[in-house]
Each structure stands twice: as C-alpha cells, then as structure tokens.
Design a protein around this ligand. Structure first.
Ligand code: ZN
Ligand code: ZN
Length: 366
C-alpha cells in the first residue's frame, strides 16, 4: 500500500465485464478515504442481475452506461486494512448499497431529500450499488465505508453468510408491511430463489405458520422445496375464489409479472397489500379497476440497508432457518482463479438455470 499523498491508495485486480460475455482482467487503483476499510472478497453468489449484464439482456443504453464493470453484489470477504486495527482479519458480509453520505463520510441529514426525510439508505439518491454501474465484488480489493461491512458471527459459515444480501432484500420487502402481516394469510408468487427466501423470511423470521403461507409456482419440482409452506401450481387455482389472503409478495419478474400481478389483484382481500419485488425491463399492464375497487395497497421494494443485515446475522443462527437456506446451496463453491474460470461459471449458470445458487470462491494471488 503506497502512502504517497494525503490519501493512501491500493491496487485491485478486477475481473471487469467489458461487453456481454467478455471479462477482462484489469488493475484498478482505489483511494482509501477516512472511514473506509479494505476488504478482500472471498466468496460471492451470482445474481440474476449479474446474468442479465453477462448475457446482454439489458437495454443497450444501460449496458453502455454501466460497462466496463466488475460484477457481483452478493458476497463476503475479509478485512485486510482498517484504521481501527481490531477490525483487520475479520470476516464480513458486504453491504452493496453505499449511500451518498457514507461515501463522503457525512451526516445523513446533509445528503439528498430522501435521506433528509429519514428514508432508508437503499432509496438514497446519491447512493451507488456494487455491480450496478459501480465496480462490484469481482475484484481482489474492495474499498468500502466501514458502515458497509458487517461482522459475521463464527457460528455462521461462509456459504450461509453469502446469502445475506439476497435474504436482506426479502426482509426489507416484508418489513415494509410487517405492521399488519398477521391480519390474514400471506402469499408468495414465484418458485425461484427470491420467492424461496421471501417465503423463508415470512416463516422463519416473522413466524407465519405453514397453513397461512401460500406459495404459487409454475414448476412442481421447485415447489417441492417449500416444505414449510402450502404450495399450489398456478394453473390449478381459481384466484377469485380463494379467501383471507391479505398479503401478496410478487417475486416472479420478467415475462411472468403481468400474470402474477393480475392474479394477485384477483386474490387479495379488500385493503390487502401487494408488494412488488420482481424486476421487469418492460412496462406491465395491470387491472387498476380492481385495485381501486378493493382499495389495495401497492408497495415497491428494492434492495436493502444495513438494518436488515444486522437482523439476519442474528436470525441466521437459528438452525431451522439454516436448514431451509441450505437447500439453495450447491454441493461446493466454484473456484475462481482466472477470467476463464469466471466466464465458464457464468455460462454454466446461464445454461443450467438451476434452482440452486452458484457460489464463487475467489482465489486471489495475495
Ligand atoms: Zn441480487
Ligand atoms: Zn442520500
């Protein structure tokens, strides 16, 4: 680490995506500002968002604006440098949303209008997000405000800890409506990892019993994993005839959003809540007449903040929750030593579209 000017700098070996399908090994130079720590990323999991960049399944403007960039925002690492030496060597989960005020190490109330209103950091207008227009976890040294790392208790293994980001997104969505969560049944649309973790949070963190937790999916084999919930194949359901569902969490995204959202509108009780979590590139036509008539509440939810990570480091110690998360884990992580390893891991994940997450174990030279 060279300490030339006032700010120390550090070099980082990054696997940057330069265009869809093509990574390039690049050396990045990061300044280390006051209040920042240096993390050596050790494990990451591949998100759909990473796959959308890699496969070029984003609008052209978005790709041009955001690339070249190191991918990945779900990950953990080890602190290799911190002003407070007691932090060094600690295993941490990485909080990928860096608020504007944390970047400048200022007070939240000097940041943007949402921050001044006290809104959560994931809605900060000046925030950057790792692996989304800002170099992500796919590099050997990541410089982050100290608020963007959270210690992992020894009782939580790397494989579980790496799921914290994905779980935090579900937890954030559920916490928006937690005040009236127990007024009726809750339903989740989507049998992929986001649907699974949202259902898992509803059951293991918010204690919704199996009979009051319904998961709708399209693939029987995927639904079979949800043994803590009541599952139904969407083709078999008369949504208008079902009663007592007060919450729906839409976790489908893409082309399935339109059906799921409109089925949710049919399903929900008057004054029920529909939380949208699935990402779509296109606009979705929805039945506003029945939203009006039933007085439904729509919530958007995206990303998460430090609060959810803190909550999860406690919840993850629950053995039943761990057993539930374990179903998403592959037999072993994929070792990444080179750009070629990473390219292969991305291509395999795209091809298999499996239900389990792909974990990347980064082996940096130093
Ligand atoms: Zn993600
Ligand atoms: Zn802000």
């Amino acid at each position: 680490m060279a300490n030339t000017l006032a700010q120390p700098v550090i070099t980082s070996k990054a696997y940057r995506l330069i265009e869809p399908g093509v990574f390039q090994e690049t050396e990045l130079v990061h300044e280390i500002k006051n209040g920042e720590v240096v993390v050596k990323p050790e494990m990451a999991s591949i998100c759909h968002a990473d796959l959308r960049y890699f496969s070029g399944n984003r609008r052209q403007e978005a790709l041009e604006k955001k690339l070249p960039m190191a991918l990945f925002h779900e990950g953990i690492g080890k602190i290799v440098y911190a002003k407070d030496p007691t932090m060094e060597g600690k295993r941490v989960a990485i909080i990928p949303n860096i608020s504007g005020y944390a970047q400048r190490q200022q007070n939240k109330y000097n940041c943007c209008p949402p921050c001044q209103r006290g809104v959560e950091d994931n809605y900060c207008e000046n925030a950057v997000f790792l692996g989304s227009g800002y170099d992500g976890i796919g590099q050997s040294r990541l410089v982050l405000p100290k608020e963007n790392v959270i210690f992992i208790p020894d009782s939580i293994s790397d494989e579980f800890a790496v799921l914290a980001e994905l779980c935090s997104v579900s937890l954030h969505a559920v916490s928006n409506v937690s005040d009236f969560l127990h007024e009726g049944k809750a339903a989740v649309f989507g049998d992929g990892p986001v649907g699974y973790l949202t259902a898992a949070v509803l059951h293991h963190v918010y204690n919704i019993p199996k009979e009051n937790l319904i998961v709708f999916g399209a693939v029987e084999e995927k639904l079979a994993h949800f043994d803590f919930a009541t599952t139904k194949l969407i083709f078999d359901v008369d949504f208008k005839a079902m009663r007592n569902v007060v919450h729906v969490f839409e976790c489908t995204g893409g082309a399935f959003s339109e059906n799921a959202i409109n089925q949710a509108i049919d399903l929900l009780e008057p004054r029920g809540a529909l939380t949208l979590m699935g990402v779509t590139e296109n606009r979705v036509p929805i039945n506003t007449r029945d939203i009006l008539e039933k007085g439904l509440r729509l919530y958007g939810s995206s990303r998460s903040s430090r609060k959810e990570f803190e909550q999860l480091m406690a919840s993850f110690q629950n053995k039943a929750f761990q057993a539930c998360l374990a179903k998403l884990l592959p037999e072993k992580p994929t070792i990444i030593e080179t750009v070629e390893d990473l390219t292969r891991a991305m291509n395999e994940t795209l091809e298999h579209k499996g239900w389990k997450k792909t974990l990347l174990s980064f082996q940096w030279d130093e």
